[in-house]
Design a protein around this ligand. Structure first.
Ligand SMILES: Cc1ncc(COP(=O)(O)O)c(C=O)c1O
Length: 370
């Protein structure tokens, strides 16, 4: 049905974009069908209900009770991030983000005349980590950094920040006069033995944080657009509100109602999907360890992407392109996520176990023996 995920690379098995294949809960399809049948294409006022449903979902799923009166509707998450850059920084200010990172973050600097500052993550046999000493050094050497865009949980490594790490970030933000924009779009998809702690539940975060998020990763409806920028204090809300609402637009009726229905009714469905994702991550991890040990993978703590190190194969600058040619499995090239992605590719495992097994079979068959 015109899905870019499955059409972009012809017959290749699609694992390049962060979108799962489970669709949305049945209630979402029913509600959208009702709206289409009823011709509900006119102007609408569903914005407030989006913020109410988001607050209810956050309370039930994450023990966080955002105040809908301190939330702002946006069309998508990226728009919310750009709105924060506009509201809280000025030309030439530094905007910091950890790398490797979701590629659009690299566009913040060039499109807004702000200075991108990369906080490179460190890497050892246990996985990828935030290096707080490095962060302090960056902030001390550059007093013009005003905003940190955090990807929490982290795309592409799946790293989930702990309560201690989040508290440290709030403390650092206060000491360095920073606003934290916490992109929590993957927050619903945290696996057993890790917990998603919303940044705005951390003491002291209220007066330095905007959380941007949406249901689109959880419910796979990225094409119909609906997101939220949530603040925790009147002061931050008012400063964010200096961005004219005409520039933010707001979600269309279908996006708004899809999000409302998903958040109001989707709990059991999400629990079931998370079970599949959890078993998929183990399936991928176990089979790669056993059958393709030259590929290095850490078990991701969250979401449905695996950050695979293929350096042992010396695959060149475009490991995903190289692997697609040999195996018919389409991942995404690691360098799209920053220089730390050299030798890496990101592989989406948000699919059925059958398709995932097929991908791994094709990798086992097509990759050279080492
Ligand atoms: C961390 C992160 N933020 C934002 C987005 C995109 O959200 P939107 O389409 O609502 O801008 C994605 C999509 O993969 C993502 O991984």
């Amino acid at each position: 049905m015109g899905l870019v995920k499955w059409n972009r690379y012809g017959d290749a098995l699609a694992a390049w974009v962060a979108e799962h294949d489970f669709g949305a809960p049945p209630a979402v399809y029913s509600r959208l069908q009702e709206l289409v049948n009823g011709g509900a294409f006119g102007y609408h006022y569903e914005f407030e209900r989006v913020l109410d449903s988001f607050a209810r979902w956050s309370e039930v799923r994450h023990k966080w009770t955002p105040n809908p009166e301190l939330g702002i509707n946006t069309v998508n998450v990226i728009q919310g991030i750009w709105a924060c850059v506009e509201a809280f920084t000025e030309a030439e200010d530094g905007v910091l983000f950890s790398t490797p990172i979701y590629p659009p973050f690299f566009n913040i600097g060039p499109t807004t005349n702000r200075r991108p500052v990369e906080w490179s993550m460190s890497h050892d046999e246990d996985g990828w980590h935030y290096d707080f000493e490095k962060l302090e050094n960056l902030l001390e050497s550059d007093s013009g950094i005003r905003l940190m865009v955090l990807c929490h949980p982290h795309n592409p490594t799946g790293k989930v920040l702990t309560e201690e790490e989040l508290s440290l970030l709030v403390d650092i933000a206060h000491r360095h006069n920073l606003i934290i924009v916490s992109d929590e779009i993957h927050g619903d998809l945290v696996h057993p033995r890790a917990t998603h702690i919303p940044m705005l539940t951390i003491p002291g975060a209220d007066d330095c944080t905007v959380t941007v998020t949406s249901g689109i990763k959880t419910f796979a409806f990225g094409g119909i657009r609906c997101a939220v920028a949530q603040t925790g204090s009147r002061k931050i809300f008012e400063q964010l509100s200096t961005v004219p609402s005409a520039l933010l637009g707001g979600p269309n009726r279908m996006g708004a109602e899809a999000a409302i229905t998903a958040w109001d009714t989707g709990e059991t469905w999400v629990d079931q999907m998370k079970n599949t994702l959890d078993s998929n991550r183990h399936l991928l991890f176990d089979r790669l360890n056993k059958e393709l040990p030259a590929i290095k993978m850490h078990l991701p703590q969250s979401t449905f992407v695996a950050w695979l190190d293929l350096s042992n194969y010396e695959p060149g600058e475009r490991p995903a392109t190289w692997m697609r040619g040999l195996t018919g499995v389409a991942g995404q090239n690691g360098l799209n996520f920053g220089s730390e992605g050299s030798g890496h590719l990101r592989l989406t495992f948000g699919t059925s176990p059958e398709v995932l097994n097929q991908m791994i079979d094709q990798m086992v068959e097509g990759l050279p023996a080492l």
